[in-house]
Design a protein around this ligand. Structure first.
Ligand SMILES: N[C@@H](CCC(=O)N[C@@H](CS)C(=O)NCC(=O)O)C(=O)O
Length: 194
């Protein structure tokens, strides 16, 4: 198996953590998708996004599709509808935060009162409130795919300075309880030099 991604991407990290949790060997290609490796990304995925997984004759785009593929291949339990919904909410925060970060890097003031930024801020607020409540109900106790995705998203947002966990005590306690898990240190986005 070959995983194409970057050392900072939370969507790639979730797949790296899933593969590691299931002792699946793979090679990792670390691309700078907004810089010198853009041409390589163009060759790998017409949607111009990472992660991309290669396995035998299969090429899979999108972490959700990659998870479906791996759960079949590695005989992992699939997601319940409730877990699918929680994953959608995790992805909602992640996608909005990527939009806000790229807007900031484009020189835009994301605190400005304008529709596109207001929508992202509102989505993040509502979604984090739902995740806080699910964390309080113990929905992320097992280190399964949704927990891996939640951790990868929160840690990336913290790494990029996009959130603080003070206002969400359940998420904060849950996040702190995960520290020391194997493979988290190896996949820490802070190790990346891009
Ligand atoms: N729905 C996709 C989202 C992947 C995604 O947004 N990846 C980011 C990196 S963190 C990316 O490739 N961004 C490129 C862009 O937006 O131009 C997935 O789950 O794989």
């Amino acid at each position: 198996m070959k995983l194409i991604g970057s050392a900072t991407s939370p969507y790639v990290r979730r797949i790296r953590l899933l593969l590691a949790a299931n002792a699946q060997a793979y090679s990792f290609t670390d691309l700078n998708i907004y810089g010198e490796d853009r041409d390589e990304l163009r060759k790998r995925n017409p949607a111009l996004k990472i992660p991309v997984l290669y396995d035998d004759d299969e090429i899979l785009y999108d972490s959700r599709v990659i998870f479906r593929y791996l759960s079949g291949k590695l005989s992992l339990p699939g997601l319940s509808w409730a877990e699918e919904n929680r994953l959608t909410v995790i992805d909602a925060v992640n996608d909005s935060m990527v939009t806000l970060l790229l807007s900031q890097r484009s020189g835009l003031d994301t605190d400005r009162d304008c529709l596109i930024f207001n929508l992202q801020h509102e989505r993040v607020e509502k979604s984090l409130a739902a995740l806080e409540s699910w964390a309080g109900e113990g929905c992320f106790e097992a280190w399964d795919y949704t927990a891996i995705c939640l951790y990868s998203m929160l840690d990336w947002c913290l790494f990029r300075g996009l959130i603080e966990l003070d206002a969400t005590p359940n998420l904060s306690a849950w996040f702190n309880a995960q520290q020391g898990r194997p493979d988290l240190a190896k996949t820490d986005p802070r190790l990346a030099d891009q």
